[in-house]
Design a protein around this ligand. Structure first.
Ligand SMILES: NC(=O)c1ccc[n+]([C@@H]2O[C@H](COP(=O)([O-])OP(=O)(O)OC[C@H]3O[C@@H](n4cnc5c(N)ncnc54)[C@H](O)[C@@H]3O)[C@@H](O)[C@H]2O)c1
Length: 320
């Protein structure tokens, strides 16, 4: 299969592309290597994928371009029309979206339209969109189910992800495209984005610096191991429903304080906690109901939090 992965140099894309290459798929990566975090990390991800491709005898090509540059993006589709598009390129991160809503809107909304347009024009028969648990906003009802109301996002990031889902639906409806939106719940594991809590806390603890905790430490997250997310994406590609939305979570919640304690145990270091006021835009809890994903995708997360943290810290200690 020929697969185009946008955001191809990023964290989740790395794990997905590695799995695709290992099963012999031809993979095209699109990424603009922006400096939301150190682009060298992204270049390293691509070099590793090239090595995995060479070992597996599978073709991987990286196109350094911005998904807002539709003419360049079109040339990628023209050169080799993909059968499947997995659209992961985005400005991610809740808090920075409050400061840069315009960038988030451009990349996450207009960028998504560019991908949908080209997938339509070049007849890609599968489109997977990387959405987010953030679309559930301040919903008091947990766990979150796919048919819960999602009209009240509490950050610009969440609003752009919901907009992406709505656009996906309109393309599936009008043009008969097969589109699946996957709502990822806080993804972690080796190569995790350095701005995300687990990686950031581990780094600060390792350097003996203050670990900033917002609120009272009782906010809860449904942490999902990246290998389980990859299984969910592969299942979505295989089932290729006309249009569906699925939660991909672990369906367990861990409080901020429990997270810090797990990292302390795994790293053998004590955290120097600095308490800060609650942040606007942050959700109190994320918690996935995964019964629909289990039933229709056969999704079955297999990496419990303790095991996932061990896999993360093994990687972290190995020098990243
Ligand atoms: N990591 C999580 O916990 C999580 C949770 C929910 C949803 N998501 C979504 O999953 C996707 C992947 O997330 P990730 O954690 O791997 O993030 P990431 O930042 O590591 O990957 C995103 C990649 O997209 C690229 N990109 C950004 N803007 C671009 C543009 N204009 N043109 C081309 N490339 C561009 C970046 O350079 C980056 O390499 C994102 O869409 C994110 O919103 C992630």
């Amino acid at each position: 299969m020929e697969v185009l992965v946008t955001g191809g140099a990023g964290f989740i894309a790395h794990h997905l592309a590695a799995a695709l290459l290992r099963r012999g798929d031809k993979v095209a990566l699109v990424d603009n290597f922006n400096d939301y975090y150190d682009p060298e990390i992204k270049r390293r991800n691509v070099r590793d994928l090239e090595a995995i491709g060479a070992e597996a005898g599978a073709d991987v090509r990286c196109h350094a371009l911005d998904i807002l540059d539709k003419a360049s993006l079109r040339r990628v589709f023209e050169a080799s029309p993909p059968e499947a598009v997995v659209h992961l390129a985005a400005w991610a991160g809740v808090r920075p979206s409050l400061e840069k809503p315009a960038v988030y809107t451009e990349v996450n909304v207009t960028g998504t339209v560019n991908l949908l347009e080209l997938a339509k024009e070049f007849g890609a028969n599968c489109f997977v969109f990387g959405s987010s648990s953030s679309v559930y906003g301040g919903s008091g009802r947990v766990p979150f189910a796919e048919d819960d109301p999602v009209a009240r996002p509490i950050s610009p990031y969440a609003a752009t992800k919901r907009a992406g889902e709505l656009l996906c639906h309109s393309y599936a409806h009008n043009f008969g495209m097969h589109v699946t939106c996957l709502r990822f719940f806080t993804v972690y594991g080796p190569r995790q984005r350095p701005d995300l809590a687990i990686h950031k806390f581990a780094r600060l603890m390792d350097e003996g610096r203050d670990v900033p905790l917002f609120g009272k430490g009782d906010s809860r997250r449904d942490y999902t191991y990246v290998g389980d997310i990859v299984s969910g994406v592969l299942a979505a590609m295989e089932k290729n429903f006309p249009f569906e939305i699925f939660n991909l979570g672990e369906s367990q919640t861990v409080s901020l304080l429990e997270l810090v304690a797990s990292l302390e145990e795994a790293l053998g270091k004590k955290a120097r906690v600095k308490w800060l006021p609650e942040q606007t835009g942050d959700m109190k809890v994320t918690y996935a109901d995964i019964s629909k994903s289990r039933r229709l995708l056969g999704y079955d997360p297999r990496t419990p939090f303790r095991e996932g943290i061990r896999l993360f810290t093994d990687w972290f200690r190995g020098g990243r």
